[in-house]
Design a protein. Sequence first.
Length: 308
Amino acid sequence: QSTVESLDTIWMDGEFIDWDEATIHVLTHGLHYGTGVFEGVRCYDTEDGPAIFRWGDHLDRLYGSAQSFDIELPYTPEELTKATRELIDRQHLDDCYIRPIVFYGYDHLGLNPTGSPIRTAIAAWPFGAYLRDDGLENGVDVTVSNWRQFASSQVPTNAKMTGGYVNSVLANLEARQGGYDEAILLTPDGTVAEGPGECLFLVSDNKLHTPALSEGVLPSITRESVIRIARDLGYTVHHESTISLDKLETADELFFAGTAAEITPIRSVNDIAVGNGTKGPVTDEIQSRFFDIVARRTDDYGEWFTLV
Ligand code: PMP
């Protein structure tokens, strides 16, 4: 997990303020009822300087998520982009994680948020490997959670809302308490969904499979990137179907993909080795291509980057 160190600035409601001053009232609506939307974005140190990966797509998702709560963002995408660039610059960051969040603030308490102020903040801090230090190389151990993914009839699963993360936190806690690095959540129907904060890919017979968005998984930007990268490498990718639980056991390879997790191989599920229990060749090829792309060691996919 990342630690926040030697940072001094957060952008909040239009201003750069001291890290320690970026506080909220204890009766904030979003704190009580989970009425916030957020993003997790990575910025990479590249030969062209710090470059934010798929910033425009993350902003699109943020504005889309906000609509679910009738939140009208008080800032334009251009204003958020300017704020983010300056935030990275002011803190002399290169490789970092960016967390924009928008939520109903404090005015009155009660479920109806109408009239509560819309608060907007962006933080950025250095961020390494997410799930475990050697996870990118050696893979992670996961367990299938007893908690289920929300169905799209329960929460708008295509929105990244703070309240939607309660079962992600429960699943992650359960996994950690069992000695695993991370969980895999199933849909309410018992088919494979995703990790608490990552989407999931299976490799079988050299083909990639990931659950359809209709399974209630987040429209992950890394998922979409992996689909494109894998196809450009010549792989067939199936992303329109349901994946049954037994497919996890028979997969040749499994990996998580997400902004924080990047491309993390999964080496075991419920103590049973995936493949031979190490990073598989397809995962390895996609992972190295991904890291070449985000480091801008290739001119391809240039449209994915916003330079700071
Ligand atoms: N699924 C969930 C539940 C997530 O929280 C995340 C992280 N945002 C992902 C998948 C991966 O999405 P992305 O690639 O857009 O980071």
